[in-house]
Design a protein. Sequence first.
Length: 133
Amino acid sequence: MVSAMPLQWTISHDERLVVAVATGTVELADMEAYYADMARSGALPYAKIFDISFFDGSGGREVSAAAARMAEYGKSGPVGPLAIVATSQIGEEIGRFFSSKARLDRPVGIFRDQQAARAWIAEGAGRNEPSVA
């Protein structure tokens, strides 16, 4: 696990899955390190679970800038489906905001727990419409 407090992530090449957990205030530099590690590791096309259950919701500009940066990475090739885990209404809104700003052609789902997010990915990661569960 890469630990760049307040953002931690693991990349599983066997599962073709990236799991990230944000806690507290996440700065753009934290997201940059996350994106760079995925790009270096060849994990951009992998499915992603991004858990913002413990994210404090601060930094609207940071979220917008991080989404714009992800869109730049998306120009270099395919990016995998994204399952956002949010346990609050504000978290869901942040997830939707990020997804709309990133403007990537990929399935996106918002879930209340990692188990539901993993199930969605295992079932084909939203072959249909993006969802909220």
